[in-house]
Design a protein around this ligand. Structure first.
Ligand code: FES
Ligand SMILES: [Fe+2]
Length: 340
């Protein structure tokens, strides 16, 4: 039973769409995952459309993800109960006229697939309808921009992954040997600026040199955006953009999604995509590994014993925003329980 605001936050804020897997990770076989502490099964029906259900057979609780994809439904491995994508039991092959048939007994999730990823809606309450999901321009405008998605599982609470991106100063230190982040001041004043969907956090008087600004936004999903100026030899397209999202798995694990983006059209697009696959992707994985290694080995309960300084106002703001949202969501849940 969740009691405190921090315990609620550790599981993940709700009222949001989250990317849960890359599209290529779900083919016809059912896939079982844990996200926001919930066990979920995802599969594609015979038209290739995604279905997502609570990963729990209504009969005795076996994991449906261990079962069979029958196209419009999934069959439990244990005794063969068949459940449709909307959570309705379609057949109980072991008995005639079973009263379970026709009942809606498994929770289903709203799903959408976009920009190479699978998104699920996690409502604050079971009744909360999904909000519209609006992507940052660099993803939404596929004509002007081109992207590669990379995703990885990290063994740390998702808040560390969020806070890491909202901390642009780590780039000049942690990634000082990397191809793209070796420049820029190793000291800087940081300033915050509100936006319509969140805020921008940047190095004062230093823009266009390194990883020197980062934005947090919420437009149906929570995302982060930053840009890194690139030298000509890394191909066409001006700044290199990154849009990042993080989904909690459980208290100690999360999944990160980073779209690497450049503004490229025509032959430049083809050239960049070729260069990226053959050369840049490996360099970016190296940078991401530096983040992972540091975050996975943080002191136990690191967030409880910190001495924050001026560079950390971005993450302090982020924490305040999240605490506020968590309080509101807990209140919504209590209200709903009271009404029930
Ligand atoms: S537990 Fe699934 S059919 Fe029995
Ligand atoms: Fe980093």
């Amino acid at each position: 039973m969740i009691t405190t605001v921090q315990q609620y936050l550790d599981k993940g804020l709700r009222g949001l769409w989250y990317p849960v897997l890359a599209s290529w990770e779900v083919q016809s076989a059912p896939v079982g995952i844990t996200r926001l502490g919930e066990q979920i099964v995802i599969w594609r029906n015979k038209d290739g459309q995604l279905q997502a259900l609570e990963d729990r057979c209504p009969h005795r609780g076996a994991r449906l993800s261990m079962g069979w994809n029958l196209g419009d439904r999934i069959a439990c491995w244990y005794h063969g109960v068949e459940v449709a994508g909307n959570g309705e039991v379609k057949d109980v092959p072991a008995v005639d006229k079973c009263p379970l048939v026709g009942q809606q007994c498994v929770r289903s999730y709203s799903v959408q697939e976009a920009h190479g990823a699978i998104f699920l809606w996690f409502g604050v309450t079971a009744e909360q309808q999904p909000e519209a999901l609006v992507f940052p321009t660099e993803l939404a405008d596929g004509e002007a921009y081109s992207n590669f998605l990379c995703t990885a599982a990290w063994q740390c609470n998702y808040q560390y992954a969020l806070e890491n991106v909202m901390d642009p100063m780590h780039g000049t230190y942690l990634h000082s040997s990397s191809h793209s982040m070796a420049e820029g001041d190793r000291k800087a004043d940081m300033v915050l600026q509100p936006t319509d969907t969140g805020f921008i956090f940047e190095k004062k008087g230093q823009s266009g040199i390194n990883f020197d600004w980062v934005e947090l936004g919420n437009s149906g999903a929570c995302w982060m955006r930053l840009s890194i100026p690139y030298k000509k030899r890394f191909g066409p397209g001006g700044h290199f953009f990154i849009v990042g999202m993080v989904v909690p798995e459980d208290n100690d694990n999360c999944r990160v999604f980073f779209w690497r983006i450049r503004r490229v059209q025509g032959w430049q697009r083809a050239m960049w995509r070729f260069m990226y696959r053959n050369h840049l992707e490996k360099l970016h994985w190296d940078v991401l590994e530096q983040d992972r290694v540091v975050l996975e080995s943080m002191a136990p309960d690191a967030r409880d014993h910190e001495y924050l300084y001026q560079h950390d106002v971005g993450l302090s703001r982020l924490r305040r925003m999240m605490q506020k949202a968590a309080k509101e969501q807990l209140a919504m849940r209590e209200e709903q329980q009271g009404a029930a």
